[in-house]
Design a protein around this ligand. Structure first.
Ligand SMILES: Nc1ncnc2c1ncn2[C@@H]1O[C@H](COP(=O)(O)OP(=O)(O)OP(=O)(O)O)[C@@H](O)[C@H]1O
Length: 294
Protein backbone atom coordinates (compact mmCIF):
# COMPACT_ATOMS: atom_id res chain seq x y z
CA UNK A 1 0.00 0.00 0.00
CA UNK A 2 1.70 3.21 -1.09
CA UNK A 3 2.18 6.28 1.03
CA UNK A 4 1.97 9.66 -0.69
CA UNK A 5 4.44 12.37 0.21
CA UNK A 6 3.98 15.85 -1.22
CA UNK A 7 7.17 17.75 -0.78
CA UNK A 8 7.21 21.53 -1.21
CA UNK A 9 4.99 21.36 -4.28
CA UNK A 10 4.28 24.50 -6.30
CA UNK A 11 2.61 24.63 -9.70
CA UNK A 12 1.73 27.37 -12.17
CA UNK A 13 -0.39 26.79 -15.29
CA UNK A 14 1.18 28.10 -18.53
CA UNK A 15 0.80 31.83 -19.16
CA UNK A 16 -0.43 32.59 -15.64
CA UNK A 17 1.25 34.97 -13.22
CA UNK A 18 0.06 33.36 -9.96
CA UNK A 19 0.83 29.85 -8.83
CA UNK A 20 -2.19 27.54 -8.45
CA UNK A 21 -0.29 25.63 -5.75
CA UNK A 22 2.22 27.13 -3.35
CA UNK A 23 4.70 25.10 -1.28
CA UNK A 24 2.32 22.26 -0.44
CA UNK A 25 3.62 19.91 2.21
CA UNK A 26 1.45 16.88 2.98
CA UNK A 27 1.85 13.19 3.75
CA UNK A 28 -1.02 10.77 3.21
CA UNK A 29 -0.61 7.44 4.97
CA UNK A 30 -1.75 4.16 3.41
CA UNK A 31 -5.45 3.60 4.10
CA UNK A 32 -6.20 7.20 5.13
CA UNK A 33 -9.46 8.91 4.14
CA UNK A 34 -8.60 12.53 3.37
CA UNK A 35 -11.17 15.17 2.46
CA UNK A 36 -9.92 18.36 0.81
CA UNK A 37 -12.11 21.44 0.86
CA UNK A 38 -11.86 25.17 0.26
CA UNK A 39 -13.34 28.00 -1.76
CA UNK A 40 -13.47 27.99 -5.54
CA UNK A 41 -10.04 28.46 -7.14
CA UNK A 42 -8.22 27.38 -3.96
CA UNK A 43 -6.21 24.78 -5.91
CA UNK A 44 -8.00 21.60 -4.81
CA UNK A 45 -8.38 20.07 -8.29
CA UNK A 46 -4.85 21.09 -9.22
CA UNK A 47 -3.55 19.27 -6.15
CA UNK A 48 -5.48 16.11 -7.13
CA UNK A 49 -4.08 16.38 -10.67
CA UNK A 50 -0.56 16.48 -9.25
CA UNK A 51 -1.24 13.40 -7.13
CA UNK A 52 -2.75 11.31 -9.93
CA UNK A 53 -0.12 12.40 -12.44
CA UNK A 54 -2.35 14.38 -14.85
CA UNK A 55 0.15 17.08 -13.93
CA UNK A 56 2.81 16.87 -15.35
CA UNK A 57 2.01 13.95 -17.72
CA UNK A 58 -0.88 15.62 -19.58
CA UNK A 59 -1.04 19.19 -18.29
CA UNK A 60 2.04 21.35 -18.87
CA UNK A 61 3.11 24.12 -16.50
CA UNK A 62 5.87 25.05 -14.09
CA UNK A 63 6.24 22.45 -11.37
CA UNK A 64 8.51 22.71 -8.38
CA UNK A 65 8.88 20.17 -5.61
CA UNK A 66 7.35 16.73 -6.13
CA UNK A 67 4.69 14.19 -5.24
CA UNK A 68 6.20 10.84 -4.26
CA UNK A 69 4.63 7.41 -4.14
CA UNK A 70 6.33 5.23 -1.57
CA UNK A 71 5.80 1.52 -2.04
CA UNK A 72 7.64 -1.55 -0.76
CA UNK A 73 9.70 -1.27 -3.99
CA UNK A 74 10.93 2.22 -3.05
CA UNK A 75 10.05 5.87 -3.57
CA UNK A 76 9.32 7.38 -6.97
CA UNK A 77 8.19 10.83 -8.09
CA UNK A 78 4.75 10.67 -9.78
CA UNK A 79 6.10 12.83 -12.62
CA UNK A 80 8.73 10.19 -13.39
CA UNK A 81 6.45 7.14 -13.26
CA UNK A 82 4.76 6.08 -16.51
CA UNK A 83 0.98 6.59 -16.54
CA UNK A 84 0.13 2.87 -17.03
CA UNK A 85 2.27 2.12 -13.98
CA UNK A 86 0.55 4.90 -11.99
CA UNK A 87 -2.85 3.46 -12.93
CA UNK A 88 -1.92 0.30 -11.03
CA UNK A 89 -1.86 2.34 -7.83
CA UNK A 90 -4.23 5.26 -8.36
CA UNK A 91 -7.80 5.31 -9.68
CA UNK A 92 -9.52 8.63 -10.42
CA UNK A 93 -13.17 9.67 -10.52
CA UNK A 94 -14.29 13.12 -11.62
CA UNK A 95 -17.30 15.32 -10.98
CA UNK A 96 -19.20 14.77 -14.21
CA UNK A 97 -21.08 11.44 -14.27
CA UNK A 98 -22.04 11.92 -17.93
CA UNK A 99 -18.58 12.68 -19.28
CA UNK A 100 -16.87 9.67 -17.70
CA UNK A 101 -18.98 6.86 -19.13
CA UNK A 102 -18.36 5.79 -22.72
CA UNK A 103 -19.97 2.32 -23.05
CA UNK A 104 -23.66 1.51 -23.61
CA UNK A 105 -23.86 -1.23 -20.94
CA UNK A 106 -22.51 -1.11 -17.36
CA UNK A 107 -20.54 -4.37 -17.70
CA UNK A 108 -18.88 -3.11 -20.90
CA UNK A 109 -17.88 0.13 -19.20
CA UNK A 110 -15.94 -1.77 -16.57
CA UNK A 111 -14.50 -4.24 -19.10
CA UNK A 112 -13.35 -1.24 -21.16
CA UNK A 113 -11.22 0.02 -18.26
CA UNK A 114 -9.72 -3.45 -17.84
CA UNK A 115 -9.04 -3.96 -21.57
CA UNK A 116 -7.28 -0.61 -21.72
CA UNK A 117 -4.76 -1.73 -19.14
CA UNK A 118 -4.20 -5.20 -20.63
CA UNK A 119 -5.80 -7.26 -17.85
CA UNK A 120 -5.83 -11.00 -18.59
CA UNK A 121 -9.27 -11.74 -20.23
CA UNK A 122 -9.74 -14.83 -18.02
CA UNK A 123 -9.74 -12.58 -14.93
CA UNK A 124 -12.17 -10.04 -16.31
CA UNK A 125 -15.46 -11.57 -15.26
CA UNK A 126 -14.39 -11.93 -11.63
CA UNK A 127 -12.86 -8.45 -11.50
CA UNK A 128 -16.05 -6.90 -12.93
CA UNK A 129 -18.24 -8.76 -10.46
CA UNK A 130 -16.07 -7.77 -7.48
CA UNK A 131 -16.04 -4.12 -8.47
CA UNK A 132 -19.83 -4.08 -8.93
CA UNK A 133 -20.35 -5.89 -5.61
CA UNK A 134 -18.08 -3.42 -3.81
CA UNK A 135 -20.12 -0.52 -5.16
CA UNK A 136 -23.48 -2.14 -4.36
CA UNK A 137 -24.55 -2.17 -8.03
CA UNK A 138 -24.23 -5.86 -9.02
CA UNK A 139 -27.91 -5.73 -10.09
CA UNK A 140 -27.04 -3.11 -12.72
CA UNK A 141 -24.46 -5.25 -14.55
CA UNK A 142 -26.51 -5.57 -17.78
CA UNK A 143 -28.18 -2.17 -17.43
CA UNK A 144 -27.93 0.46 -20.21
CA UNK A 145 -25.68 3.25 -18.96
CA UNK A 146 -27.94 5.95 -20.43
CA UNK A 147 -30.75 4.88 -18.08
CA UNK A 148 -28.73 5.19 -14.88
CA UNK A 149 -29.31 7.92 -12.30
CA UNK A 150 -26.44 10.30 -11.53
CA UNK A 151 -25.63 8.43 -8.31
CA UNK A 152 -25.63 5.09 -10.16
CA UNK A 153 -23.37 6.53 -12.87
CA UNK A 154 -20.88 7.73 -10.28
CA UNK A 155 -20.89 4.29 -8.66
CA UNK A 156 -20.23 2.76 -12.11
CA UNK A 157 -17.32 5.21 -12.52
CA UNK A 158 -16.00 4.18 -9.09
CA UNK A 159 -16.44 0.47 -10.00
CA UNK A 160 -14.52 1.03 -13.27
CA UNK A 161 -11.68 2.61 -11.31
CA UNK A 162 -11.82 -0.13 -8.66
CA UNK A 163 -11.71 -2.97 -11.18
CA UNK A 164 -8.08 -2.05 -11.80
CA UNK A 165 -7.45 -2.81 -8.11
CA UNK A 166 -5.86 0.52 -7.17
CA UNK A 167 -4.88 1.09 -3.56
CA UNK A 168 -5.62 4.82 -3.84
CA UNK A 169 -8.88 6.33 -5.05
CA UNK A 170 -8.90 10.02 -5.95
CA UNK A 171 -12.23 11.76 -6.43
CA UNK A 172 -12.87 15.34 -7.53
CA UNK A 173 -16.29 16.47 -6.27
CA UNK A 174 -17.95 13.17 -7.23
CA UNK A 175 -21.27 14.24 -5.71
CA UNK A 176 -21.48 17.79 -7.06
CA UNK A 177 -24.15 16.87 -9.61
CA UNK A 178 -26.02 14.36 -7.46
CA UNK A 179 -29.22 14.62 -5.45
CA UNK A 180 -29.12 13.78 -1.70
CA UNK A 181 -29.87 10.06 -2.30
CA UNK A 182 -27.16 9.75 -4.96
CA UNK A 183 -24.71 11.64 -2.74
CA UNK A 184 -25.42 9.37 0.21
CA UNK A 185 -25.03 6.22 -1.91
CA UNK A 186 -21.66 7.35 -3.31
CA UNK A 187 -20.27 8.44 0.08
CA UNK A 188 -21.47 5.17 1.64
CA UNK A 189 -19.54 3.19 -1.01
CA UNK A 190 -16.39 5.23 -0.34
CA UNK A 191 -16.70 4.84 3.39
CA UNK A 192 -17.11 1.05 3.07
CA UNK A 193 -14.18 0.75 0.65
CA UNK A 194 -12.05 2.62 3.13
CA UNK A 195 -13.29 0.68 6.16
CA UNK A 196 -13.40 -2.81 4.72
CA UNK A 197 -10.73 -2.75 2.02
CA UNK A 198 -8.34 -0.23 3.56
CA UNK A 199 -8.28 1.78 0.33
CA UNK A 200 -6.77 5.26 0.58
CA UNK A 201 -9.47 7.78 -0.34
CA UNK A 202 -8.58 11.35 -1.31
CA UNK A 203 -11.67 13.36 -2.09
CA UNK A 204 -12.28 17.01 -2.94
CA UNK A 205 -15.69 17.98 -1.58
CA UNK A 206 -17.65 21.07 -0.61
CA UNK A 207 -20.08 19.03 1.50
CA UNK A 208 -17.93 18.94 4.63
CA UNK A 209 -21.00 18.30 6.79
CA UNK A 210 -21.22 14.85 5.13
CA UNK A 211 -17.48 14.22 4.89
CA UNK A 212 -16.39 15.25 8.40
CA UNK A 213 -17.92 12.17 10.09
CA UNK A 214 -16.33 9.86 7.48
CA UNK A 215 -12.82 11.17 6.98
CA UNK A 216 -9.65 10.74 9.04
CA UNK A 217 -8.30 14.09 7.99
CA UNK A 218 -9.76 17.33 6.72
CA UNK A 219 -7.57 19.63 4.61
CA UNK A 220 -8.66 23.24 4.08
CA UNK A 221 -7.07 25.09 1.16
CA UNK A 222 -7.00 28.74 0.20
CA UNK A 223 -5.19 30.48 -2.64
CA UNK A 224 -2.95 27.53 -3.44
CA UNK A 225 -1.96 26.83 0.16
CA UNK A 226 -3.03 24.42 2.88
CA UNK A 227 -4.32 26.62 5.69
CA UNK A 228 -5.58 23.93 8.05
CA UNK A 229 -5.24 20.16 8.18
CA UNK A 230 -5.83 17.51 10.79
CA UNK A 231 -8.55 15.27 12.24
CA UNK A 232 -11.94 16.88 11.51
CA UNK A 233 -12.74 17.54 15.18
CA UNK A 234 -9.49 19.48 15.47
CA UNK A 235 -9.86 21.42 12.21
CA UNK A 236 -13.49 22.36 12.93
CA UNK A 237 -12.40 24.08 16.15
CA UNK A 238 -10.94 26.88 14.02
CA UNK A 239 -14.27 28.55 13.26
CA UNK A 240 -12.56 31.91 12.66
CA UNK A 241 -10.50 30.53 9.77
CA UNK A 242 -13.62 29.12 8.10
CA UNK A 243 -15.42 32.44 8.60
CA UNK A 244 -12.51 34.42 7.11
CA UNK A 245 -12.59 32.22 4.01
CA UNK A 246 -16.38 32.45 3.73
CA UNK A 247 -16.80 28.68 4.20
CA UNK A 248 -19.75 27.54 6.24
CA UNK A 249 -19.03 25.21 9.13
CA UNK A 250 -21.22 22.09 9.40
CA UNK A 251 -24.31 22.71 11.57
CA UNK A 252 -23.21 20.51 14.54
CA UNK A 253 -19.89 22.39 14.81
CA UNK A 254 -21.71 25.72 14.42
CA UNK A 255 -24.04 24.84 17.26
CA UNK A 256 -21.08 24.07 19.49
CA UNK A 257 -19.31 27.34 18.65
CA UNK A 258 -22.56 29.21 19.38
CA UNK A 259 -22.87 27.48 22.77
CA UNK A 260 -19.25 28.39 23.60
CA UNK A 261 -19.93 32.00 22.60
CA UNK A 262 -23.02 32.09 24.83
CA UNK A 263 -20.91 30.78 27.73
CA UNK A 264 -22.96 27.57 27.94
CA UNK A 265 -19.84 25.51 27.16
CA UNK A 266 -16.23 26.13 28.22
CA UNK A 267 -13.81 27.61 25.64
CA UNK A 268 -12.58 24.99 23.19
CA UNK A 269 -8.97 25.33 24.31
CA UNK A 270 -9.82 24.68 27.97
CA UNK A 271 -9.30 21.22 29.53
CA UNK A 272 -13.03 20.55 30.14
CA UNK A 273 -14.13 21.37 26.58
CA UNK A 274 -16.10 18.56 24.91
CA UNK A 275 -15.05 17.37 21.43
CA UNK A 276 -16.56 19.17 18.44
CA UNK A 277 -19.68 17.23 17.36
CA UNK A 278 -19.55 15.96 13.77
CA UNK A 279 -23.09 14.67 13.39
CA UNK A 280 -26.56 15.89 14.31
CA UNK A 281 -26.80 12.95 16.75
CA UNK A 282 -23.61 14.05 18.51
CA UNK A 283 -24.86 17.65 18.65
CA UNK A 284 -28.17 16.40 20.09
CA UNK A 285 -26.38 14.41 22.80
CA UNK A 286 -24.30 17.47 23.66
CA UNK A 287 -27.37 19.75 23.90
CA UNK A 288 -29.24 17.16 25.95
CA UNK A 289 -26.34 16.90 28.41
CA UNK A 290 -26.45 20.68 28.80
CA UNK A 291 -30.21 20.70 29.35
CA UNK A 292 -30.14 17.92 31.91
CA UNK A 293 -26.92 19.16 33.49
CA UNK A 294 -25.31 15.71 33.12
N1 LIG B 1 -6.14 24.66 -17.12
C1 LIG B 1 -5.89 25.80 -16.44
N2 LIG B 1 -5.21 26.82 -16.98
C2 LIG B 1 -4.97 27.96 -16.31
N3 LIG B 1 -5.35 28.17 -15.02
C3 LIG B 1 -6.04 27.21 -14.43
C4 LIG B 1 -6.36 25.97 -15.09
N4 LIG B 1 -7.04 25.18 -14.23
C5 LIG B 1 -7.15 25.90 -13.08
N5 LIG B 1 -6.55 27.09 -13.19
C6 LIG B 1 -6.43 28.13 -12.16
O1 LIG B 1 -5.71 27.58 -11.07
C7 LIG B 1 -6.28 27.99 -9.82
C8 LIG B 1 -6.70 26.77 -9.01
O2 LIG B 1 -7.75 26.12 -9.73
P1 LIG B 1 -8.38 24.74 -9.24
O3 LIG B 1 -9.32 24.28 -10.30
O4 LIG B 1 -7.29 23.82 -8.83
O5 LIG B 1 -9.18 25.23 -7.94
P2 LIG B 1 -10.31 24.48 -7.14
O6 LIG B 1 -10.05 24.75 -5.71
O7 LIG B 1 -10.41 23.06 -7.56
O8 LIG B 1 -11.61 25.29 -7.60
P3 LIG B 1 -13.12 24.77 -7.83
O9 LIG B 1 -13.67 24.45 -6.47
O10 LIG B 1 -13.79 25.96 -8.45
O11 LIG B 1 -13.06 23.57 -8.74
C9 LIG B 1 -7.44 28.92 -10.18
O12 LIG B 1 -6.98 30.23 -10.11
C10 LIG B 1 -7.79 28.53 -11.59
O13 LIG B 1 -8.32 29.63 -12.29
Amino acid sequence: MPKITIDNLSFAYPDTSTEALKEIQLTIEPGEFVAITGATGAGKSTLLRCINGIIPHFQPGTLQGAVYLETSAGRSAVGRVSTPHLARYIGSVFDDPEGQIVSPIVEEEIAFALENTGVDPTQMDERIQHALDDCGIAHLRQHPTNRLSGGQKQRVAIAAALALAPSILILDEPTSELDPDGTEAVLHVLSELHRQRGITVIIVEQKINLLAPLCDRLVLMDQGRIVLEGPPRQVLRQADVFTQLGIELPVPARLMHALVKEGALPPLDSPGAPPVPLTVDEAYTLSQALLTGS
